[in-house]
Each structure stands twice: as C-alpha cells, then as structure tokens.
Write a protein that binds this ligand. Structure first.
Ligand code: RUB
Length: 315
C-alpha cells in the first residue's frame, strides 16, 4: 500500500503549511477519507498505519486526535462496509467543523456589547468567527491583534480582518498589557480544553489572560466541542509542543556558548482566568468541560491508551 498522500499531509501539518487546530483536524479527516477510498485490502491495518502517521505530527491540539478517532471508529463486517463507514464518518466530521464555526460566531457575538474593542491572539478561525459576526452586527469597532511570535500568525489575522473590512491594530506580544485598558473583551481560540477547564492555546495566551484579569476585561474562548480532550479525563497531561529553536533566533545567537533558546508553541491558561467558553452547543463556564467531554464526545477506554470517541456530531 502506498502511503504517499498520508505522508505528504503529515509533512504539511508538521511544517505548519496547514495549521490551526480546526484546519488540522479537518485536513486529517479529509486525508483519511481520500486514503480510505484508495485502500483495496487489509483495511484495518492500512487505516491504522495512516492514522498513526497523521497523529505523529503535532502533539498539542486534541482536535487532530479527536478527528482521527472519529473516523477510525468506523464499523462493518467486511472491508467494503468498513470503507463506506470510514468515508461517511470523515464526511460527518468535516460537516461538524463547518457547522460549528457558524454557531460559535452567533453565540459568541451575542455576548459582545455595542461599540466594543476586542483583542485576539494568534490566528483562530473560531475566535475570528465570533469577531466577524459581532462586527456584522455593528458591535465591534476595532480589533487588537498580537503578532504571535515566532511564527507571526497575527499577520494572518490582520489580513483576514482587513479583508472583512474590520479596523485592526497589530501589536507586538509584549504590548498586551500596555493596551489592555483600551479593550472590552479578549477573544481567543483553543487547541485543547482539558477536563478541568484549562485552556491550551498559542504561547502567550496565559499572559494575556493574566493581564485581562487584572484589568477586569472578560476573557472569552471560542472552542468547538472537538477541542475538548477526553484523554485528560484519564489523567493524561497535554503535551506542549516545543518547536525548533531556529524559529526564534538566528544562527549567531543559537551558536553562542552557554545560551539556550527555547520555543514552546503553546501554554496553559487555568480555568480561573476564563469567563466563558463559546462552543457550538452553547456558552459554558470552564467548570463544565468535563460534562462536555462526557456528554458530547462520549468515551470508553479500550486497551490502555486508546480512547474510542463515539462523538455525536452537531446537526
Ligand atoms: C494555532 C493556535 C490557535 C488555535 C485555534 O497554533 O494556537 O489559536 O489552534 O485555532 P498554530 P482555530 O498556528 O501553531 O497551529 O480556532 O482555527 O482552530
């Protein structure tokens, strides 16, 4: 069996050509669907290998894991039935991604008051859905977007805001506290929400949450339910990806004697800093994360590590 399309997709995720938790999840489901269509024999074995290649790319966003588990939860008595089921489940997952954004936009925008200034970090499609919907309703007057070093996803955000006609101000990450008094809401996305309601998102998110709490600025998280982590119910800790130091500093710095350069890509914001999590099934307090995982994703342990996600997708 030729795994080329899966390996190419995995490389795109690793190198961040495809990035952002929702896009990664959708892309993994699309890739598994294409691959399933090509498999002619030993369906289980080949799909398992493809799933492993995709999983072994970026460790932090649970959306990738949930997408893969959702597709891999296919059923059937023979290869043909299994293939049909896997393809149908991949399509279901893709639909889930698409419909969730719109709902999150609607629900999140309702919480924003007229004439608001919003701050966002990194480049989150879910957070942008809230901001764009609120803007269309005439509620957002300006958006502060952080650069989000070292990969500058903030540049993507301001481009998107500009295309949508939304006044945007790009700031360096360290200017967050300087501007926080001018802001009415912080809206960010999520890579993972843990069972205890903590948010794992782009490095720097927790500092923004700290500044927002000090300034009494509401901190809103936009997260589809497939960003919630069933693994954390079983005590597993979220692995924070540490990327290559060359993303942060040039060779003359990297080669200095006695100097280390570290590049963690994500950090954890404790639930006490989060006012609300906007999901496609409603605005929830972070304390409800466990219930979302239990009711929405459903889980059953099989083997020692694997979780069977029997997610009920959003209709
Ligand atoms: C992206 C990032 C985003 C979340 C949510 O990190 O941290 O805030 O993934 O995005 P990276 P979305 O650029 O390293 O992948 O709402 O689009 O899923």
């Amino acid at each position: 069996m030729n795994f080329q399309i899966v390996e190419e997709a995995a490389l795109k995720i690793k190198t961040m050509e495809v990035r952002g938790a929702a896009r990664i999840a959708r892309f993994a489901a699309e890739t598994l669907k294409k691959f399933a269509e090509m498999v002619e024999s030993n369906f289980d074995e080949n799909m398992k290998k493809a799933a492993e290649i995709l999983l072994n790319t970026r460790p932090t966003a649970v959306s990738l894991y949930n997408a893969i588990n959702y597709v891999m939860n296919y059923e059937g008595d023979n290869d043909r039935e299994k293939k049909e089921s896997a393809i149908a489940r991949a399509e279901e997952f893709i639909k889930w991604v698409e419909t969730a954004h719109e709902k999150i936009g609607e629900i999140g925008a309702r919480r924003i008051k007229d004439g608001s200034v919003v701050m966002t970090h990194c480049n989150s499609s879910a957070a942008l859905s809230v901001i764009k919907t609120a803007y269309k309703m005439g509620k957002v007057v300006e958006v502060f977007a952080t650069e989000s070093r070292p990969r500058m996803q903030g540049h993507l955000t301001v481009k998107e805001l500009s295309e949508a006609g939304i006044p945007a101000t790009l700031i360096v990450d360290s200017a967050v506290r300087y501007f926080i008094e001018d802001v009415d809401y912080v809206v960010v996305g999520a890579d993972t929400i843990t069972a205890n309601g903590a948010l794992i998102n782009k490095i720097g998110t927790s500092q923004i949450a700290l500044a927002a709490k000090e300034a009494r600025v509401p901190f809103m998280v936009a997260a589809e339910t497939y960003k919630f982590s069933p693994k954390t119910v079983f005590g597993e800790l979220v692995v924070i990806e540490e990327r290559d130091a060359s993303e942060v500093a040039p060779p003359e710095i990297l080669n200095l004697n006695g100097v280390k350069v570290r590049n963690p890509a994500f950090d954890a914001t404790p639930r006490d800093y989060i006012d609300v999590i906007i999901t496609e099934i409603g605005a929830i307090p972070p304390e409800m994360a466990y219930l979302v995982i239990k009711e929405r994703l459903g889980y059953a342990v099989f083997g020692t590590e694997e979780l069977k996600i029997s997610a009920r997708h959003f209709d």
